[in-house]
Design a protein around this ligand. Structure first.
Ligand SMILES: Nc1ncnc2c1ncn2[C@@H]1O[C@H](COP(=O)(O)OP(=O)(O)OP(=O)(O)O)[C@@H](O)[C@H]1O
Ligand SMILES: *[C@@H]1O[C@H](CO)[C@@H](O)[C@H](O)[C@H]1NC(C)=O
Ligand SMILES: *[C@@H]1O[C@H](CO)[C@@H](O)[C@H](O)[C@H]1NC(C)=O
Length: 353
């Protein structure tokens, strides 16, 4: 039962949450140390593909047990939010795919989940791929953006797409999209500011904090919520020249970065694997414990961060408080970690009360 003042109105959730990002087809397989060494890949990292990685995709696609799954950080988070909400069409997603079979697969996967997708389609490049190398319950991501790299703001501004943007009340964009179209990010951020809607981003990866600092800071200026994990937060702090390695202090400092006039306050949420999640706002930090998972139950942590955000957003868009958002976030991450890549059972078992 919704508490007084809370909404149970399903119609009000129509297209409430919108995400933008790099739609990628994940090519996931378990690999051995030799494979990692040959391609010079470190576990637990997320990078963009280079010349030396070109032959890796073919080799990966031929490994036994390889899986092809719709991926991309923001798309994962939006799909998980949609799954938690179970209200068809509550979420929307935009990004650029190619005119190919992989692109069509992705459209089908999102439609099956109930996400309202509005992809731009690029004529010249294939749908982007992301190699997901799984080893000992850990993973490494190597993305070849291809078509995803071709997203242009003119797509967002087309009337049928802008309609979706205007209808949304919450926006989420993982930092990875800053390598593609920072201009689009700012258009949406300014719209959110003007209409007093909620704008949210994720630090996404250490390389975003390190090499895309300028567009990142420009976008964070508009953020009501910033998500990230411990590694990203400490990289961010180092690049900013903050002389501290204390995660709580970093989270507070991040919440106090300049904020666009008209916004109330910024909330920073930092995940820390199996350690408690940090939430900073109003100059203070609260710690939120995570439900332990036995090592033997961890299939792979790929998608843990994305699904955490998806769970969080599923409650935020219903007007729930931080405590409820974190509970749902940890629940979603807990489920996804016990499945391969960012996948989950047909129905969520989360009971919000
Ligand atoms: N070892 C663990 N035990 C229990 N829960 C975990 C564990 N690792 C991650 N989680 C859950 O997943 C959430 C996000 O984890 P983490 O901080 O590892 O994200 P991440 O590093 O961004 O993940 P990703 O691998 O997707 O990049 C945690 O807050 C927690 O809910
Ligand atoms: C990325 O994909 C494109 C298109 O398939 C391909 O031409 C290119 O070689 C790939 N790059 C890497 C580094 O894998
Ligand atoms: C945080 O995510 C990044 C990828 O963005 C990864 O390299 C790093 O290992 C993660 N940190 C933890 C503690 O899981």
């Amino acid at each position: 039962m919704p508490a007084p003042g809370e909404t149970s109105d399903v119609a009000s959730l129509e297209m409430v949450l919108m995400g933008m990002g790099n739609p990628l087809l994940d090519i996931a397989a378990v690999v051995d140390e030799d494979f990692l060494d040959r391609y010079g890949v470190k576990l637990n990292n997320a990078i963009l593909a280079e010349e030396k990685h070109i032959p890796m995709y073919k080799e990966l696609a031929e490994l036994p047990g390889v899986k092809f799954i719709a991926g991309g950080a923001t798309q994962n988070a939006i799909r998980v939010a949609q799954w938690m909400l179970q209200v068809p069409g509550a979420t929307s997603y935009m990004g650029c795919i190619g005119k190919d079979e992989f692109g069509q697969e992705m459209i089908k996967a999102c439609a099956a989940d109930g996400v309202n997708v509005h992809y731009m389609e690029d004529e010249e490049h294939p749908t982007g791929t992301c190699a997901v190398l799984v080893s000992g319950g850990e993973r490494s991501l190597i993305a070849n953006l291809s078509a995803a790299n071709c997203y242009k703001s003119k797509h967002l501004l087309e009337p049928e797409n802008w309609f979706v943007a205007e209808k949304a009340k919450f926006y989420y964009i993982a930092g990875f999209f800053l390598t593609v179209s920072p201009e689009t990010v700012i258009i949406l951020a300014k719209h959110a500011l003007e209409k007093k809607k909620t704008f949210m981003m994720n630090l996404a990866a250490p390389f975003i904090c390190e090499f895309f600092t300028k567009p990142l800071l420009e976008a964070l200026f508009y953020c009501d919520y910033i998500f990230g994990n411990e590694t990203e937060a400490s990289t961010f702090a180092r690049v900013q020249g903050w002389e501290t390695e204390d995660l709580e202090e970093i989270a507070v400092k991040m919440s106090q970065l300049p904020l666009a006039e008209g916004k109330k306050e910024r909330v920073v949420v930092i995940t820390h694997g199996g350690e408690p999640t940090l939430v900073a706002h109003g100059g203070k930090v609260t710690l939120h414990p995570v439900k332990p998972i036995a090592k033997s139950d961890i299939i792979d942590t790929n998608g843990a961060g994305d699904s955490f955000v998806g769970g969080f957003l599923s409650q935020l868009v219903q007007g729930k408080g931080i405590e409820d958002c974190i509970k749902a976030a940890n629940h979603a991450a807990n489920v996804v970690i016990q499945h391969s890549s960012c996948t989950y059972p047909p129905k969520p078992s989360f009971v919000d009360c």
